[in-house]
Design a protein around this ligand. Structure first.
Ligand SMILES: [Zn+2]
Ligand SMILES: [Zn+2]
Length: 360
């Protein structure tokens, strides 16, 4: 299931942002659907560029692995139909010309301009919800209950807006086409744009009799709680996109998405840096000089660790695989050694220390 965005764009992991942009331009030209390319391939290339073309998202991808991104992708494109139906929200994945920014010139003929394609379906609003996670839950993943108070698709008519059993008839507004044509003035001159029909929302037909529960709207307001799996390895400030759990848009429209904004609580014992977890372990100077076996906290409980003889204050010991899970494995835990000097010594201790006379 793993998807290599670098391979999709035909670049190496060390490619510069310029290399990536060049590779994308070339492939986008090659696979442009309006020039006879395969739309599926075009979407894949675009999905890869959405991540790698943005330095921040690229960094998250490099660090976090591909798993989180794969759950996203385009509606109906590569990566959809993934179990759980949520995705890491590293940016809009809907097909929208504005995302292309300075590359807009490439796509001028594609989005509404030039009498080409039909615009996307009307879509309900996206919603955001703050979710607080414990330090551990962010590392191992957790199932969260999210209380929603929003419009849902009407249960009686399934969002269609028709009374069950009622026949459908051709939409009068668009004459069954699902869209209307509008003249738009652009810098290229006047172009014809196809706009989704506001009466039937692109379906091309309307019911003979409106649904009695929603009055034909196709939506109803309700309070419901949904359960969402938060994947392992998430970090403070990340967002998770739950597809289709935003405001519903009835009658052929699409529901918006729900964005979960993650806040990860601190833990007194641990500090996290990406996949690495840091802890401090305090030992006495006899242990430091002679070595010992000590208990160390990890996110899974205590483990026994060997302290080598002659360890210095500030030295770091590595516990492999005790860090944060990521795409291909798990990070490490670093144990930072703090050698404590006794604040008070007994008479006997003083005698022994003086006898040792440990001076540098
Ligand atoms: Zn209804
Ligand atoms: Zn219509």
């Amino acid at each position: 299931m793993s998807k290599d965005f670098y391979a999709t764009l035909g670049v190496t992991k060390s490619a510069t942002q310029d290399d990536i942009k060049r590779a994308f331009r070339k492939l986008a030209h090659e696979h442009h659907p309006d020039k006879g390319g395969k739309e599926e391939k075009f979407k894949e290339v675009n999905a890869a560029y959405q991540v790698l073309g943005d330095e921040k998202k690229r960094g998250q991808y490099d660090q976090f692995g591909s798993a989180a991104f794969e759950q996203g992708g385009f509606p109906g494109g590569a990566g959809s139909g993934f179990a759980g139906d949520f995705s890491q929200a590293f940016g809009g994945a809907s097909f929208d010309a504005s995302q292309f920014g300075d590359l807009g010139d490439l796509f001028g003929g594609m989005f509404g301009g030039g009498g080409g394609r039909q615009r996307g379906k009307p879509r309900g609003q996206d919603l955001a919800f703050d979710v607080t996670l414990s330090f551990k839950d962010a590392i191992f993943g957790v199932e969260k209950e999210i209380p929603l108070n929003k419009t849902f698709s009407c249960e009686r008519c399934g969002g269609v807006g028709a009374e069950p059993g009622s026949a459908m008839k051709k939409c009068h507004t668009c004459n069954g086409n699902g869209y209307t044509t509008q003249q738009q003035r652009t810098f290229l001159g006047t172009v014809q744009a196809k706009v989704s029909c506001t009466t039937c929302h692109g379906a091309g037909e309307t019911p003979e009799k409106s649904c009695t529960a929603c009055n034909g709207k196709g939506t109803a307001h309700a309070r419901k709680t949904i359960r969402v799996d938060i994947p392992a390895g998430v970090e403070n400030g990340m967002q998770i996109r739950v597809r289709g759990q935003g405001e519903a848009m009835g009658r052929g429209g699409e529901s918006g998405d729900l964005f979960l904004r993650l806040q990860v609580a601190d833990d007194k014992r641990f500090v996290r840096d990406g996949d690495t977890i840091y802890v401090t372990k305090t030992i006495g100077f006899t242990q430091a000089a002679l070595g010992d076996e000590v208990d160390v906290d990890t996110v899974e409980g205590k483990v026994t660790m060997k302290i080598p003889a002659g360890i210095q204050n500030g030295d770091e010991l590595r516990l492999r695989g005790k860090g944060v899970p990521h795409g291909h494995g798990r990070g490490d835990q670093i144990v930072v050694i703090h050698v404590a000097t006794p604040k008070k010594v007994s008479k006997r201790e003083r005698e022994l220390l003086e006898e040792l006379n440990l001076k540098t």
